[in-house]
Design a protein around this ligand. Structure first.
Ligand code: GDP
Ligand code: IMO
Ligand code: MG
Length: 428
């Protein structure tokens, strides 16, 4: 049995939730490895829509084990609210879910700090400040939260620091620290039965022949190290994060699948060379319903970016690509694809490493003819219009990565798996 990472190859919201939900049947465990409730992974089943934030998208399959790995930052209030909404529709979250005792705990003061300092258009969930405390070795972990005495001492120390900062900003009244402490002691009792050493759980399961699907959040270009820094999230969203964020060694990972939209979107600030700031961008936003599943913010829309996808393929070692939302392009007469960047007189096909380089990069487009007919819901590759096939072939040739799976709608059955592809080998 193989262990597979499914991750976002662009700037997030590629449709990871749908793909994880669809293919996790073949796995024993689904594990998240980074991020927090900044993620919003949509799973559409009939007329029911679920948006998973902290809990792995596999949880909707009865009996499937779901793991929140050590690499996440967990807001217990958000977790309990998400659990409650899943339990209301009959999901047995308490039995299925395991939470790492090494995951970091997110507190309301992280949100307060973020409101003061956010300069890049974050989700304002407190994610960055919580990871700052982790990297600064001031964080409080799940295991600490569950140990009442230790938690009390740690919380007092952290609270004193946060209060000093809040006073300096003149917002000390916003921090009701006694209340926060009492709330978190209450959360601890409710979460306790699910918290364990998930690195051991996962490694024991793998040794016993079980298989794990790793569910990425955000996307490669939002990765703290490899993304468009500083316009990134604060965790390792690329493939390497799956190992550090769960404690499963690289030698146990067998395949990596990248999810990419047939175009590109991003939410929040930062460079986006293939952004379509014209009416075509608006058209994609409307047709693709490109509004954030967590914050409701309109997503910035643009064209498929070949240098970006190649970079993502290199960094993650992507074996196969899932191209989602092909149906959103159905009505377009022509479809621009960014094939290179121009800076001054130079054209490059590599992703610039610096923000200055990215900001100076102007997209160079090749236009492909649109197919102008509906692909919505098509589930066999042969049934796609020839021009849609040509578009996919163009992406494959230029990125050097196969499009082994194509999504033509939000629902499970609106998916094409290409026979004979590497994707088909990974998910037989
Ligand atoms: P994630 O964060 O990567 O899981 O993606 P989101 O759930 O934030 O955003 C993807 C959105 O596109 C969701 O509303 C999905 O239901 C929807 N979606 C996924 N795949 C397709 C597709 O192939 N076609 C269309 N039209 N919508 C899709
Ligand atoms: P999923 O998992 C798209 C973006 C924010 C902001 C930057 C940093 O649904 O793909 P943060 O709150 O993480 O510190 O914000 O990252 N961002 C996402 N964009 N999809 C996401 O998650 C995102 N999570 C964070 O908009 O630009
Ligand atoms: Mg999302």
């Amino acid at each position: 049995m193989s262990n597979v990472i499914i991750l976002g190859a662009q700037w997030g919201d590629e449709g990871k939730g749908k793909i994880v939900d669809l293919f996790c049947e073949r796995f024993d465990i689904v594990a998240r490895y980074q991020g927090g409730h900044n993620a919003g992974h949509t799973v559409q089943i009939g007329d029911k829509k679920f948006v998973l934030k902290l809990i792995p998208s596999g949880i909707l399959h009865p009996g499937k084990r779901a793991v929140i790995g050590n690499g996440l930052v967990v807001d217990p209030a958000a977790l309990l609210a998400e659990m409650q909404s899943l339990e209301a529709v009959g999901v047995d979250v308490k039995t299925q879910l395991a939470i790492s005792n090494r995951a970091h705990v997110l507190f309301p003061y992280h949100r307060t700090m973020e409101r003061l300092l956010d300069a890049i258009g974050t989700t304002l969930r407190g994610i960055g400040p919580c990871y700052e405390d982790k990297a600064g070795r001031r964080g409080i972990r799940m295991a600490d939260l569950l140990d009442r005495e230790r938690f009390g001492a740690l919380f007092e120390a952290r609270a004193a620091e946060k209060e000093t900062v809040a006073k300096a900003f003149g917002i000390a009244q916003e921090l009701d620290l006694a209340r926060i402490r009492a709330d978190y002691e209450g959360f601890a009792d409710r979460i306790r039965p699910m918290v364990s050493d998930t690195a051991r759980l996962l490694n024991d399961a793998i040794r016993a022949g079980k298989s794990v699907m790793f569910e990425g959040a955000q996307g490669t270009m939002l990765d703290l190290d490899h993304g468009t820094f500083p316009f990134v999230t604060s965790s390792s969203a690329s493939a390497g994060g799956a190992c550090t964020g769960t404690g499963v060694p690289p030698t146990r990972i067998h395949a990596i699948v990248g999810v990419a939209k047939a175009y590109t979107t991003r939410v929040g600030g930062g460079p986006f060379p293939s952004e379509a700031l014209d009416a075509m961008g608006d058209q994609i936003r409307q047709r693709g319903n490109e509004f954030g599943s967590v914050t409701g913010r309109p997503r910035r829309c643009g064209w498929f970016d070949i240098p970006l996808a190649r970079y993502s393929g290199m960094l993650n070692g992507i074996d196969s690509m899932v191209v989602t939302k092909l149906d959103v392009l159905d009505e377009l007469e022509k479809i621009p694809v960014c094939v290179a960047y121009r800076t001054g007189r130079h054209e490059v096909t590599e992703m610039p490493a610096t923000i200055a380089g990215l900001e100076a990069a102007e997209a160079v487009y090749e236009c492909l003819p649109g197919w102008r007919s509906s692909t919505a819901g098509i589930s066999r590759y042969e049934d796609l219009p020839q021009r849609a096939k040509d578009y996919l072939t163009f992406l494959e040739n230029r990125t050097g990565i196969e499009a082994g799976c194509i999504s033509t709608g939000p629902e499970r059955n609106q998916t094409i798996v290409r026979q004979g592809s590497r994707f088909h080998q990974i998910f037989p």
